[in-house]
Write a protein that binds this ligand. Structure first.
Ligand code: NAP
Ligand code: MG
Length: 506
């Protein structure tokens, strides 16, 4: 694909802001994270009743590293029969062990899992990066520590459910079916499994097909923690296996994170059943910068908001709204900062933007960027070199974007920012809420009163003020409108795995 029309670019990042020595720009030396401490198996069966077993019939699919396009392992492709086996194992474990354990005993397992995740954090960070394409500094500093933090947090509630929900009797639901995406494979696993187990449920989890490896490494952690067999089962396979799982009659709770299109299909599939459902779907978040905001700080928030994890983030700040009076200085600073981002090998500790997760996702990003050009927006990309192999895409921003452009309406799920302007707070509110989504938003201003006004006017589940993409296990996260319903994290996230109705009728 060629991106020629109206393309503006800046010099390569290596020379940016760094003193030249004898006319030669300083270069960063490569700083690759070691991979020799990782021992991945060449193949992984599905994980049922604490055993890795082949699928029936035996079938496999390959898992590749999106930064090199090389095969890392192959994993079993589960069948309908495997879904039944996995749900049966979870049911057995629920009936015979897990639902009968005291909360304090469940907590011990969760604490143990959290500690093992911390002990093995380097290994998890490398595997997550190799499989997903995200920069090692993010998997090391964000994904893995936050995953462990979720287990610690929910471990603390496991024996305190009566205090968590005073005057309510908290009952576990049964078997939870959980389907997760590829953008935060381990973290989404933790968001799903930790509250499910703390509440006393058992689990069948289906990771995304491009990123199953950290889930199977996590299965090793479960063995190490001596979790009873069947409490957590993990199956891999295509979307239809996810549908098979959530539709299984013996499932009591369904939790899904992924696209709005699949979320709607799942909502239809479980409608009319007894199953409790939470959906965490897409987003098109507004990041709103007022003219009194500290611009340098806002620039860091904007960059983090959209280029973190290559923009493959449901709550990414993909629509930037800038108050007209600061538009020009802000845009200059933003372009400068964009040009310093280091794009490339995700295993390099200096890399800011890694590989897009799959060829399919890269094609989707390219198609939407092309639509932005064709609809008349102006594209800006830094002039950085991309590796020869792998699914890489330059961090991109568009100006001259109108509300009706596809790049302002659709979730791109890539490192692409659409910049728009506004004059008054009312105009910002109206434009920011003009989207079918409502997952998150950001506000940058020095005025506290304005923060309150904006936060209450935003139709979004999470609103950050003078920061962006902050996560904490104690804080509920979830959407409005087509971004889904239900909350994950905090007590709300625990309630989603419990029956709190007066007489157990839900
Ligand atoms: P997706 O299809 O919704 O995939 C998410 C998970 O659902 C994966 O485990 C997937 O399995 C599974 N799945 C797919 N079809 C299913 C079905 N019919 N029934 C049950 N489960 C099903 O998302 P995607 O295709 O990977 O990405 C497409 C777009 O979705 C992205 O461009 C982005 O806009 C959005 N997305 C949002 C999030 C988020 O965090 N909210 C995460 C990922 C993607 P397979 O991997 O085997 O297909
Ligand atoms: Mg899909």
């Amino acid at each position: 694909m060629t991106l020629t029309k109206k393309t503006e670019s800046r010099p390569a990042p290596a020379s940016w802001g760094l003193a030249a020595r004898g006319g030669v720009p300083w270069e960063y030396a490569a700083a690759p994270e070691a991979t020799d401490h990782i021992s991945l198996r060449p193949e992984y069966g599905i994980f049922i009743d604490n055993e890795f077993v082949p699928s029936r019939p035996r079938a496999w699919f390959e898992v590749i590293n999106p930064a090199t396009e090389e095969r890392i392992a192959r994993v079993a492709r589960a069948s309908r029969a495997d879904v039944k086996r996995a749900v049966a194992a979870a049911r057995r474990a629920y009936d015979t062990t897990w639902s009968r354990l005291a909360g304090s005993e469940r907590a011990k397992y969760l604490y143990r899992i959290a500690r093992i995740l911390q002990e093995r954090s380097r290994e998890f960070a490398v595997v997550e990066t190799m499989n997903s394409g995200k920069p090692i500094k993010e998997s090391r500093d964000v994904d893995v520590p936050l995953a462990a933090a979720h287990f610690f947090y929910y471990a603390g509630w496991a024996d305190k459910l009566d205090y968590a929900f005073p005057n309510r009797e908290a009952r576990s639901l049964g078997v939870a079916a959980q389907v997760i995406p590829w953008n935060f494979p381990l973290l989404m696993l933790a968001w799903k499994i930790a509250p499910a187990l703390a509440a006393g449920n058992t689990v069948v989890l289906k990771p995304a097909s491009t990123t199953p490896l950290s889930a199977y490494l996590f299965a090793d952690v479960l063995l190490q923690a001596e979790l009873p067999p069947g409490v957590v089962n993990i199956i891999t396979g295509p979307g239809e296996i996810g549908m098979e799982l959530v539709s299984h009659h013996d499932v009591d709770k369904v939790a899904f994170t992924g696209s709005t299109a699949v979320g709607k299909m799942i909502a239809r599939a479980v409608a009319g059943s007894h199953k409790k459902l939470t959906l965490e779907l897409g987003g098109k978040a507004a990041n709103i910068v007022f003219d009194d905001a500290p611009l340098d700080q806002a620039i860091e928030g904007i960059i983090n908001g959209i280029y973190f994890n290559q923009g493959e983030v449901c709550c990414a700040g993909s629509r930037l709204f800038v108050q007209e009076s600061v538009y020009e200085p802000l845009l200059e600073k933003l372009k400068d900062r964009l040009s310093t981002l280091r794009v490339g090998d995700p295993l390099d500790k200096n890399t800011d933007v890694g590989a897009i997760n799959s060829a399919g996702q890269l094609a989707k990003v390219q198609e939407l960027v092309q639509s932005g050009i064709e609809e008349g927006a102006d594209i800006f990309q830094p002039d950085c070199e991309l590796p020869d192999r792998g699914f890489f895409f330059r961090p991109t921003l568009f100006t001259g974007v109108s509300q009706s452009h596809r790049i302002a309406q659709e979730e791109i799920f890539g490192p692409v920012l659409s910049v728009l302007t506004f004059r008054t707070p009312e105009e910002a509110i109206e434009k920011a809420n003009n989207t079918p989504y409502g997952l998150s938003a950001g506000v940058w201003t020095e005025k506290g009163s304005r923060i309150f006004k904006m936060v209450s006017a935003m139709r979004a589940g999470v609103v950050w003020a003078n920061t962006f993409n902050r996560f904490d296990p104690t804080s509920p996260f979830g959407g409005y409108k087509e971004s889904g319903y239900g909350r994950e994290g905090g007590l709300h996230g625990l309630a989603a795995y419990l029956d709190l109705s007066p007489n157990g009728t839900r």
